[in-house]
Ligand binder design. Structure first.
Ligand code: FES
Length: 123
């Protein structure tokens, strides 16, 4: 009898939970999220408001967010990203830029908190 393992690298999926500093917004949990996407892309595809004034090219701070869980599943912080995080409102040790937070191959749980989006103008 031959058993085939159904899993391969393309079937690895994440659960991503978005929480919000804006009190009126309920947390959103997304399941079966594929790796290779940024948290900004994932948010926008799911109608979650996350500003991105530079268009996602690491040239502003409006996609700033906090990673509460699963930082190990996200691509490493670069010096350039760190420079922009330093200019964000209320940067913390778990700050990242959503457009630079690319989900690595793997599966697990990621939890993020989005700062109050009403403080930004633009996209
Ligand atoms: S959208 Fe501008 S740095 Fe991410």
């Amino acid at each position: 009898m031959v058993y085939f393992c159904a899993r391969n690298e393309h079937e690895e999926m994440y659960t991503v939970r978005f929480k919000f500093e804006q009190k009126e917004l309920e947390p959103i949990t997304l399941r079966n999220v594929e790796p290779g996407q940024s948290l900004l892309e994932i948010a926008l595809m799911n109608d979650i408001e996350l500003h991105h004034n530079c268009g996602g090219v690491c040239a502003c701070t409006t996609c700033h967010l906090y990673i509460e869980k699963g930082m190990e599943f996200i691509d490493e912080l670069t010096d350039r990203e760190e420079d922009f995080i330093d200019r964000a409102v209320n940067p913390r040790l778990n700050s990242r830029l959503g457009c630079q937070s690319l989900l690595l191959d793997g599966d697990g749980e990621i939890e993020t908190i989005l700062p109050d989006q009403t403080q930004f103008l633009g996209e």
